[in-house]
Every structure is written in C-alpha cells, then in structure tokens.
Design a protein around this ligand. Structure first.
Ligand code: ZN
Length: 402
C-alpha cells in the first residue's frame, strides 16, 4: 500500500504542470489609425530606401504572434477613436462619440484600474494630448468625447503612476473659467516634468506627468516626426522615461499611443504617415530591449484602434510605387496648412499621387486591424478576435480576473 501511494505520488509529480506564468511587465502599444496598409507602406518605403522592391520588416512585424481585430462600434460599422479606445480599454463596445461609458452612459471600468488594484504600477502615454480619445479611454468616462475639461480633471483622480505626452486641449475649460487642470494635477500629488531634463529631476517623485518643454507648445500634441526640430520630445523618449519610472519588482502596465498616424491619414499625407509609423517602431524597440532583460515576464502587444484614410499601396492601374517622388516633402500637410501655403499643400498631394499612394477617404474605415504580440502568454493574441477581446486577453495574460 505504501509502495502504491509512493508510485502514485511520483506519477503526480511527473504529471504536474509548471505553474502558469503571468506577464509582469506589459506594454500595450496602440497606433491610432494604423491599419495593415499603414504598416505595409512603411515597410515598402524602408525596402525602397535600401534599393529593394518588397518589405523591410519593422520590429513589431517580426513578433511571433499575429492576429486580427474587428473594430466596429456599438453604433457604427466604422468606429471613431473614442468608441474604439473604450473597447480596447474596457472590453465593452460603445457608441461613436462616447468614452468609457456604455451606450446608455453608465461608467465602464478600464483594465488600468483592475491592474492598479492588483498591485502593478500603471502608465498612460500618447503623442497627442492626454485628454484625447485613446489615452482618455484608459482613465476617464464621458458621454461626449469632446468634453475635454471634464475628461482631463479625471486624470489626477486616478492615482496612476505615470502619464506622458501632449498636454490638454482645454486646460481651464471651454470658457477658460475653471481651475487649471495643471493645478489639479499638482494638488493631487503629481510632479509635472516639463521636458526630458526636468524628468531626470522627477525620478524620485511618487507620481509623474511628463509634458513637453515649456519652450515648446507644451500643451499641444507632439510634433509629427517629419516636422520635428532639435530638442523636440519623441515617442521613444516618452516610453524610455515611462519604463525608467515604472520599473519595480511588482511589475507594471504601460499603454502607449502613437496618435498622429491617424491625423496623417485624415490629411491623406503618405510620407507623414510613414514616418509616424516608423517612429512608433522606435518606441516599440524600447520595449523589446526591456524584454531582453525580463524575457520570462514581459508581454508586448502592438495594435490599432482602426484604419484611417482607406490607404492603399498602388493607385490607378499601376503596379509600381515611386517613393522617390516623396523626397521633396520636408513637412507635414498639416504644418503647411497651418502656414497657409496652399500651393505647397497641392504640391504634396501631387507627390502622393505620383508615388502611387492611394487614399479612399479622409475619415476612418471599417477594415480589421492587425494585432502583433511577443513574450509571456502572447499566444493568446493569435488569430481572429474582436477589439473588445484584447483587454480581456491582457488581463488573462497577467493573471488578473476580468
Ligand atoms: Zn481619427
């Protein structure tokens, strides 16, 4: 009998699975407006710059796991960024124009709150303003996505550890008669770092909001990569700062948005979209570098909220792309529009056509978006899914009940 139980115990040990490991350091990159065409265009542009026809892989397109996510909202086959952000942050669909609430305006809980309560540090960053749809979906609730002040004042109430990126669209409210959100953030115990140098001095702070240097338009979105001047903050800078600030033995979650791929799509500006996508890739490489230090514990997910522009590689019965036609473009269409140089805008539009970059709309499209994943439990992100599945899978990968 004794022998039998010893044998059974031995068999049990043999059959015993290694305890399931959970992701402890999680990166969730969202390229706003980054469909498969935006990624493919950036890869074709890179290949062309090396004199090759084809596709030069970005860091995240080499991730071992690839899936697709449907993006429709509760109200429309073509989502807006706030409904998509809500799906990606809370796992629930809502109507276009709504943020962090159900279609009947009940508050939804973003995974950031569950993750914080499970003992992880939490960071939210964007290359556009922090009250914009995608970052805001991870901390705020509003029946109207354009109610920027109402959204911004919810940021200091979160207690999340790190915010970084552009500032706020209406820091003192629509009528400029409210307490500045900057004051509210400081009153809540956050240290505000204006620029990377100031960030160095804020490292020992409890909680940080990293904005651009005060000598820049620090309350605006970061400049496009194509318009960048020396000393401008980059997406990569923000992710580096976030990782330095958030790294701790209990783990962290970082949502990092590249917000202006979408804006370039709305403007049908091919080269600007390409350079923004390459810029996101630089930021993702910071996470990949980090994962080499913690290969058993890091999960990186890169996806998009929707596609913007109905972008195509190829236009009007041609089987070639002519990227050399873009060589003369040194500024984004949005920047040139701001300087009221209409001739230059027409010139850039002509360059897009000659390069055979095609666009079908100046709005979003309803095509599914790619989902790239690597690291701990990345297998969860393989195959077809809906955008609402992604936050659920992230919680599952982290061992957090959804
Ligand atoms: Zn958009």
């Amino acid at each position: 009998m004794k022998l039998l139980s010893a044998v059974l115990a031995f068999i049990a040990i043999l059959g015993c699975q290694k305890p399931e490991s959970h992701a402890k350091f999680v990166f969730y990159f969202i390229g706003d407006g980054m469909g498969l065409a935006q990624v493919s265009l950036a890869e074709a542009y890179l290949a062309d710059s090396k004199g090759k026809i084809g596709s030069e892989a970005l860091s995240f397109t080499q991730f071992p796991v690839l899936g697709t996510a449907t993006t429709f909202s509760a109200s429309n086959i073509i989502t807006c960024s706030s409904a998509a952000g809500t799906a990606l942050a809370t796992g629930v669909k809502t109507n276009n124009g709504m943020l962090g609430v159900t279609p009947d305006t009940l508050d939804l809980e973003a995974i950031t709150y569950k993750i914080r309560d499970a003992g992880y540090k939490v960071g939210i960053t964007s290359t556009v303003t922090l009250d914009h749809a995608t970052p805001a979906a991870f901390y705020a609730h509003s029946a109207y996505r354009n109610d920027y002040y109402h959204i911004a004042v919810q940021l200091p109430e979160t207690g999340f550890d790190f915010f970084g990126g552009g500032g706020f669209i209406q820091p003192e409210g629509r009528e400029k008669d409210r307490t500045s959100v900057i004051t509210l953030i400081e009153d809540a115990g956050y240290s505000i770092a204006y620029g990377m140098e100031a960030f160095e001095e804020s490292r020992n702070a409890q909680k940080v909001v990293l904005l651009q240097d005060k000598s820049k338009n620090y309350l605006d979105a970061l400049p496009y990569a194509i318009d960048r001047k020396e000393g401008d903050m980059t997406h990569e800078d923000i992710v580096r700062a976030a990782v330095e600030f958030l790294e701790n033995e209990n783990g962290f979650f970082l949502m990092s948005e590249s917000g202006r791929i979408d804006w370039a799509g709305h403007s049908n500006d091919g080269k600007t979209a390409i350079l923004e996508t390459l810029d996101l890739d630089e930021a993702v490489q910071v996470a990949v570098e980090f994962s080499r230090k913690h290969p058993e514990q890091t999960l990186i997910v890169v996806t998009a909220d929707h596609e913007t522009g109905g972008l195509s590689l190829g236009w009007e019965s041609q089987y070639n792309m002519y990227f050399d036609q873009l060589a003369g473009q040194t500024a984004s269409i949005d920047n040139v529009l701001a300087s009221r140089d209409r001739d230059m805008v027409l010139n850039i539009r002509e360059m897009n056509k000659k390069s055979r970059i095609g666009w079908t709309t100046s709005s979003h499209t309803g095509i599914p978006v790619p989902v790239y994943a690597m690291g701990t439990n990345s297998h969860l992100f393989s195959g077809r899914m809906d955008n609402t599945d992604i936050p659920k899978k992230i919680c599952q990968a982290m061992g957090i009940a959804f």
